[in-house]
Design a protein around this ligand. Structure first.
Ligand SMILES: [Zn+2]
Length: 1025
């Protein structure tokens, strides 16, 4: 190969000229120091590229929240949030044109309390000038599928109260960029009702995204609530791809995007090339976006650990892109972006319902995490109901900032709502960290609850006024039949006192069950009357779970004398307690009824009838199967069957290597689970309830309970250890079948609140290409699921979040447990294979939980779903103490209600928050439990009389607040942006409760309304003698 060289003379001249030009270029570009012009603001007639610097900091995922914060365990991942905050603050202080948004208050709080006063002053200036903006502002970026709405409100309130107190700031924007699908409740409740002006996120179904890109409908106005309609709508922006920057514009230290090289003395000068790439990426995004404003999310997971590496590049891009002039680049925030979208005065597409389920690929439906880690999901739900009750008791006694109080439980519950916490998509050691925090929070709240109950019970006893010496105990392991105080053998003259607290605003009659060791006991109410009670033998499955798990949790074996559950019906006043006494029966005296045990031998074709009240379940004696459901009161007779089956999880070895894992549900085949024995059921009968015990195989058993006074069946299942020695992961489901003709339609709740209509193999927003006929029809369930036809409706309620569907007409399916052997390639890098260990021996985790089912005449089911649904969320809280003779009953208050004795809240209203805050303010939140049109009696305006809710206090002022109580409601309404929506505005007029009259003090609530108030009292001591 040859090429012609210029002559040496010509070359010398050329070199000389080049040198002059270069020198001139160097002089003109001031290579030693370039003052980048980054003062740029919006230019009306250009495409404006809003650069939004952000870091997505998971409060636990591959590492625990504290490991992420301090930068520990970096062999898993080099991530240190302290570095992020330190370096971002210093980069912002370097130039007042730079901006940054921060989201996760759990991290910010950790950082903030370590800062000097001087640094705090500087940071406050950054916040006031808008350089640093808090977005979302909750403790974490919560999951949207598996949390309960009350937990979402609480964890958001915690972050927002901090921001208000420390910075006087009210976040304007929802930033849910990573959660795996988005709920209707997020849009209207945790969005509009917080006063947010907009909401942004990344993850929606890939088919939905393709259509929206095509139709420029990624930016919408979302009306998440049928009941509240346009009064609770929010402008919502879905990112065109993900929450990272366009390809080629990521600038963490080790990122591979080419930096702008603008020093002519160095090699690889590339300013024009990079500007061209910037402009091309901007135009591509502008092509799928309405208006001349686009947002670039400049950051991703745990970025900005060395913030200058990002800001240096963004400074240069803003400078050179604007010099180029084809598009306009600027530092921005989602708030600024929202304002310009609003100012554009466009009409936006309307979105209703939600964004579930989420798929990022034809075989990758993220519907497994609806059930992943069911034990942790159950624990979170249990703690949630406990926290609600504990805050009430804390308020009744008077809060102590030095403790014990509910603060640690509040913090732990807040972290647990993170989109890699209750979702079940974190690593095993991180799940253990969340559970440990919950336990520590519980342990402190337990002390508070005990002392508060003792205080309330003691408040008329003159002898011990103000000095409740009583030892009140609780039983956090009651779910596995372990309760030392109730199991204690009662010696002569001693009896067990059971204090039963009800955190709901209406009186409840419910059966409580406690484990006891004696078979001769009787139960008295607080007036000394003997009440009906029943002893039920424990099943072998129950005993073996108890023995194994008590050993695993507390390191010692429980004593072996336990024989029975003692069941009796308790009646408890609203926001109050009742007391029951369990004593050893005398030879001749009254005693609780020992249940009749009946084991059909499978030789007859008889039908077995179960139930002492109006609900009866019928089982076939030969097959041991449920066959019929009959309620004689409301004249419902239905064929009903229940069964278990499992999906074998795809192991990722077929053409598409997508495995079933913590996030993704990708089933291979379904297998029914048949009983292994001829005699599958044992029936236990008595005056309070009947039980049907079934052992389906060596690792699935269940107890179905029919209570005399209730019209639903309660099913307690035990599943595990799921066998995997065949090398196949399994996902266990139960099916309830009826003959109802449900036309592919079923209804599932959104975070325990609004029910959304689902149609099998169908999506409202696009023509669904069905790739995964099972996984693609799964939805998250927090409260319940129901189906209906023209005659009846079948409802199932749950005790924790699970995945569920209706794959066949008349049928409901719930996924209850999963054990998988492969990672599903979405980042967690671990198989979802939970085990529990005693000493060094580990076995697969066993799950025990409940669901509840009922069949009603069509149109009658909502009353049960809503009112009993609230009771499932807030179970009666049991506390125990011992008395000698009758010293407790004679000296203590046996029943208590915080509200006026003549008053109760209507059955459609719940007190979802009653709390004395750290600053002494009292926060009251009331929720209407029904949607518009859901029930003919309860879907109506309801009212609450505050004077009767606080009968012993003088209310001096009531201030209605936004949902997170960080601004007055009126102020929030005034600032609300009035977005325009495409299409006809055909919605009926939205109804809301009116203002609270300061004299009458009556709060009105319309269907699905939640109202939050600060209440001031004239004096704080409530229970003066
Ligand atoms: Zn995340």
């Amino acid at each position: 190969m040859s090429r012609a060289f210029p002559s040496s003379r010509a070359m010398a001249i050329a070199m000389f000229i080049l040198a002059i030009i270069s020198w001139a270029a160097i002089l003109s570009s001031e290579s030693k120091y370039i003052a980048y012009n980054i003062t740029q603001r919006i230019v009306p007639d250009k495409i404006n590229v809003h650069l939004v610097p952000h870091s997505h900091d998971d409060v636990g995922w591959l590492k625990t929240v504290d490991q992420y914060y301090v930068g520990a365990n970096n062999s898993i991942r080099g991530a240190c949030v302290q570095n992020v905050l330190d370096s971002v603050i210093s980069a912002l202080l370097d130039d007042k044109n730079r901006k940054f948004i921060y989201v996760e208050m759990a991290f910010f709080l950790r950082w903030w309390r370590q800062q000097s006063e001087a640094m705090k002053v500087k940071v406050k200036e950054l916040v006031n000038s808008g350089q640093l903006e808090f977005i979302n502002g909750a403790m974490c970026m919560h999951d949207e599928a598996t949390p309960h709405y009350i937990d979402l409100i609480d964890q958001t309130t915690l972050g927002h109260q901090f921001l208000k107190a420390e910075f006087g700031k009210v976040p304007r924007v929802g930033w849910q960029i990573d959660p795996f699908g988005h709920s209707a409740v997020q849009a209207y409740l945790l969005g509009a009702e917080l006063g947010f002006d907009s909401l942004f996120f990344a993850r929606i179904d890939y088919q939905d995204r393709a259509k929206r890109l095509n139709e420029k409908s990624l930016e919408i106005v979302w009306q998440g609530s049928k009941s509240l309609g346009s009064s609770s709508q929010i402008f919502t922006g879905i990112f065109p791809r993900h929450y990272d920057p366009p390809d080629g514009f990521t600038f963490e230290i080790n990122d591979v995007s080419p930096p702008i090289q603008d020093d002519i003395l160095l090699f690889d000068y590339n300013v024009q090339e990079r500007v061209n790439e910037f402009v091309a990426a901007a135009l591509a995004q502008a092509n799928v976006t309405r208006t001349n404003h686009i947002m670039w999310t400049m950051g991703t997971d745990f970025r900005y650990q060395y913030a200058n590496s990002w800001f240096r590049q963004m400074d240069k891009f803003i400078h050179y892109v604007n010099e180029d002039g084809r598009v306009n680049a600027l530092y921005s925030t989602p708030s600024i972006y929202t304002d310009v979208k609003y100012a554009a005065n466009e009409k936006w597409p309307r979105k209703t319902e939600d964004f579930f389920p989420y798929a990022d690929h034809p075989n990758a439906y993220w519907t497994g995490y609806f059930t992943s880690r069911p034990a942790f999901k159950g624990y979170v739900r249990m703690m949630s109901g406990y926290y609600l009750a504990a805050r009430q008791l804390e308020f009744f006694k008077g809060r102590s900032n030095s403790g014990p109080n509910t603060d640690a439980l509040a913090d732990a519950l807040a972290l647990a709502q993170h989109h890699d916490a209750v979702s079940g998509t974190e690593r095993q050691h991180v799940a253990a960290d969340y559970a440990k925090r919950l336990y520590m929070g519980y342990a402190e709240a337990e002390k508070l609850v005990s002392s508060s109950l003792a205080f309330l019970a003691d408040s008329i006893s003159s002898a011990r006024q103000g000095n409740p010496a009583t030892n009140i105990q609780q039983c956090p392991l009651l779910n596995i039949s372990y309760c030392p105080p109730s199991e204690a053998v009662l010696s002569d003259g001693k009896s067990l006192v059971v204090v039963v607290y009800n955190s709901l605003g209406w009186r409840r009659e419910e059966v409580i069950r406690i484990p006891v060791s004696s078979e001769k006991v009787f139960v008295q109410d607080s007036e000394g009357r003997e009440i009906e009670s029943q002893l039920l033998p424990l099943s072998n499955a129950t005993l073996s779970i108890r023995n194994y798990y008590v050993k695993a949790y507390i390191g010692k074996s429980p004593n072996g004398a336990l024989k029975y559950w003692l069941a009796f019906s308790a009646s408890v006043p609203p926001l109050g307690f009742s007391t029951y006494v369990v004593s050893i029966a005398k030879q001749t005296g009254p005693s609780s009824t020992i249940s009749m045990v009946y084991k059909p031998d499978g030789s007859t074709n008889d039908t077995i009838e179960v139930g002492q009240g109006s609900l009866k379940l019928f089982y076939s004696a030969d097959e041991g199967k449920l066959t019929n459901y009959v309620n004689s009161r409301n004249m419902v007779t239905a064929f009903a069957e229940q069964s278990y089956s499992y999906y074998s999880g795809n192991d990722g070895t077929d053409k598409d290597p997508q495995a079933s894992g913590a996030y993704v549900f990708r089933p291979n085949v379904t297998f029914p689970i048949k009983s292994e024995h001829q005699v599958p059921l044992t029936v236990i009968r008595g005056p309070v309830l009947d039980e049907v015990h079934q052992q389906l195989n060596s690792w699935i058993s269940q107890i179905t309970r029919v209570f005399k006074g209730k019209e639903h069946a309660e099913v307690e299942f035990s599943i595990g250890p799921i066998p995997v020695d065949d090398g196949i992961g399994k996902e266990i489901t139960t099916q309830i079948r009826t003959a109802m003709k449900t036309n592919k339609t079923f209804y599932t709740d959104s975070n325990g609140r609004d029910f959304i209509k689902r149609v099998r193999d169908f999506r409202t927003d696009w023509d669904l290409q069905v790739q995964q006929p099972v996984a693609g029809n799964y939805y998250p369930i927090n409260l319940g699921i129901y189906v209906q036809d023209s005659n009846t409706e079948l409802s199932v309620l749950v005790d924790r979040s699970v995945g569920g569907t209706s794959l066949v007409d008349g049928q409901i399916e719930l996924m209850l447990h999963r054990r998988l052997l492969h990672d599903d390639s979405r980042g967690v890098g671990e198989a979802l294979n939970e085990t529990v260990c005693v000493l060094d021996k580990c076995e697969g985790l066993t799950i025990q939980g409940k669901f509840y089912l009922r069949i009603d005449q069509v149109g009658e089911g909502a009353k049960w779903r809503r009112t009993v649904g609230q009771e499932i969320y807030s179970p009666l809280l049991l506390a125990f103490t011992e008395q000698d003779g009758n010293n407790w009953i004679s000296s203590q208050v046996p029943t208590f209600s915080a509200i006026d004795p003549s008053y109760a809240l209507p059955n459609n209203i719940a007190v979802i928050t009653l709390q004395e805050l750290e600053n002494g303010k009292v926060l009251l939140r009331l929720a209407h439990l029904y949607e518009i049109g859901e029930d003919k009696d309860y879907s109506v305006m309801a009212s609450v009389e505050l004077k009767k809710l606080f009968p012993n206090k003088k209310i001096s002022k009531v201030t209605e607040m936004s949902l997170s109580a960080n601004q007055e409601r009126a102020e929030m309404e005034q600032k609300k942006l009035a977005w325009k929506v495409e299409g006809p505005a055909e919605e009926p007029k939205v109804v809301r409760g009116g203002p609270v009259d300061p004299v009458k003090l009556v709060v009105e609530l319309a269907p699905m309304e939640i109202r939050s108030f600060f209440i001031n009292f004239d004096y704080l001591q409530m229970f003066v003698s």
